[in-house]
Design a protein around this ligand. Structure first.
Ligand code: PMP
Length: 340
């Protein structure tokens, strides 16, 4: 997922300086939009009194740019504004939806992005040291457009290894995971289980790294990864947990469900399930804006950071995951990348 991301490549996704006509000095890229100004990264600063920093009080979005188009822009805007409403940030009265799209286009242009990634961050804004959100009159708006590669190309080819996290998902009643808040510690702590286990196992091959987890609800139902949604393939059919289990309703998940599965004539069902269905699955894969689609090859159970059991799901990327991923690639590399 996009958090704790490693920038592995930055290839031809960015136009060369000679081709750009934006008036932005290419050697100072990336240019970042911060509260009304487009500034080079080293000048992109926020107040230490911003509640986004003090309390993780805000909302974010991770969005892909493919072929210069903002992939599923409208859906990302829907989620952004809905999530802001959920935490009582009245974003629309400060920045309209159209203005937010224009900010993203300006960032794409300033940075010469053809294929890349946009991070929108909306903070509660600058306030006092107290918690009161109503003392923060103006939300902060940050837009970063850059390139991204979460996992190595080998990981996509042979599938990744993931760890079952002991830390459960924050229950909906505490902080609804459907709201993409700046408070991602629940996910980060789960991800640390995988990273710490990988370290203990002495893994050095980058494509074998343990970078993602399977998180469960407090009732033991499969929920999602730290930054990705999860899918199980069994007997030609796909199953994914429903949002009521307490997961982010991923836009890539929706694309798989509403577009890719029907196009490939694959049945998909949303229902609750437990780890046994992961272990007995024919295939498992993850989806997310940053990760796109990636197969899970192996699922590792641990007890106090000692490996308890390794479940091999597939030897490499399974046939259904491969088919869906090929279609995904076909859509996002076409001349008609969908913005809605
Ligand atoms: N779950 C979580 C917890 C996430 O952070 C993300 C990434 N935003 C996803 C799922 C996937 O969502 P999307 O496809 O919208 O990126």
């Amino acid at each position: 997922m996009e958090d704790n991301m490693t920038q592995l490549t930055s290839e031809p996704s960015v136009q060369s300086a000679a081709k750009t006509t934006t008036g932005f000095d290419a050697s100072r890229r990336p240019y970042i939009w911060v509260n009304g100004d487009m500034v080079p990264k080293d000048e992109a600063k926020v107040s230490v009194y911003d509640h986004g920093l003090l309390y993780g009080d805000g909302i974010f979005e991770g969005i892909r740019v493919y072929n210069g188009k903002i992939f599923k822009c409208e859906q990302h805007m829907d989620r952004l504004y809905k999530c802001c409403d959920e935490i009582f940030i009245d974003l629309a009265s400060h920045v309209s939806r159209q203005e937010m799209i224009d900010i993203q286009r300006k960032c794409i242009e300033a940075n010469g992005i053809v294929n890349g990634y946009i991070r929108l961050v909306i903070t509660r804004g600058v306030g006092t040291l107290g918690l009161n959100p109503y003392l923060c009159p103006t939300p902060g708006v940050i837009c970063i457009a850059d390139t991204i590669a979460l996992y190595t190309p080998e990981m996509y080819e042979k599938g990744m290894r993931v760890v079952v996290a002991h830390r459960p998902k924050t229950p909906i009643a505490c902080l609804d995971p459907r709201v993409k808040t700046l408070n991602y510690l629940n996910n980060i702590m789960a991800k640390c289980e995988a990273i710490h286990l990988g370290k203990k196992m002495g893994i050095t091959d980058p494509s074998e790294q343990l970078l993602e987890v399977i998180m469960l609800s407090t009732e033991g139902k499969v929920a999602e990864g730290s930054g990705d949604n999860i899918f199980v393939v069994k007997d030609g059919k796909i199953i994914t947990p429903p949002s009521e289990v307490g997961i982010l309703e991923g836009i890539t998940r929706r694309f798989v469900k509403d577009v890719l599965c029907p196009a490939c004539d694959i049945e998909i069902e949303e229902r609750l399930f437990e780890l046994d269905e992961i272990y007995s699955a024919d295939e498992v894969f993850l989806t997310g804006t940053a990760a796109e689609m990636i197969a899970v090859r192996e699922v590792i159970e641990h007890v106090d950071l000692e490996v308890a059991k390794i479940h091999t799901i597939t030897e490499g990327e399974g046939p259904i995951t491969k088919k869906l991923r090929a279609m995904f690639t076909q859509v996002v590399t076409s001349d008609n990348v969908p913005e809605d």
